[in-house]
Write a protein that binds this ligand. Structure first.
Ligand SMILES: [Zn+2]
Ligand SMILES: [Zn+2]
Length: 168
């Protein structure tokens, strides 16, 4: 897990510190499936900016996730560009002005990164935008073996049901 010790930087208000990090990305649970960052370590830039009233953190990196496609369960690869900010007030009376990722002077960068990626994910992770999915009748992969079944294909109610299911 990647952490950044804030005691390493002493900044006056208005100053900033830029740090190039090797960020370790934990595995993600999404929609009951497991997604893994490949590579597990990515280059990230952390910027720490002192303001008059606190400290601003900016984190930027790009993650590449591998995992099952929502429709066909084949391999899906997803690039997720991330740029997020957190703020910590110097005198945090207000919970709102505190970042949960700052613990005992250390910024929990990996945890922050994982949450940021989770929030940035699309509703469905697909192997390709037009993935045809699995056949509802026989379960075969429709990308590899496109086919229709007579009874299902001729009944317009099935199409309506498929469209509805895709929206859920
Ligand atoms: Zn697919
Ligand atoms: Zn079929």
């Amino acid at each position: 897990m990647t952490r950044f010790n804030l005691r390493r930087v002493r900044l006056a208000p208005g100053q900033e510190h830029r740090e190039a990090l090797e960020l370790e990305l934990p595995a993600f649970e999404f929609g009951g499936q497991r997604y893994i960052a490949v590579p597990e370590q990515v280059a990230a830039e952390l910027v720490v900016t002192r303001t008059v009233s606190g400290t601003l953190f900016t984190l930027a990196f790009e993650a590449r996730l591998h995992g099952p496609c929502y429709r066909c369960l084949g391999d899906a690869v997803l690039d997720v560009p991330i740029r997020v900010r957190e703020y910590q007030a110097a005198a945090p009376d207000d919970e709102e002005l505190r970042t949960p990722y700052l613990v005992d002077g250390e910024l929990e960068v990996s945890e922050w990164a994982r949450d940021a990626v989770s929030l940035a994910l699309p509703n469905k992770i697909l192997c390709r935008p037009d993935c045809a999915g699995l056949c509802a009748v026989c379960g075969e992969n429709l990308n590899e073996h496109p086919h229709e079944h007579e009874s299902a294909a001729s009944d317009p109610r099935w199409a309506a049901l498929d469209a509805l299911r895709d929206e859920l």
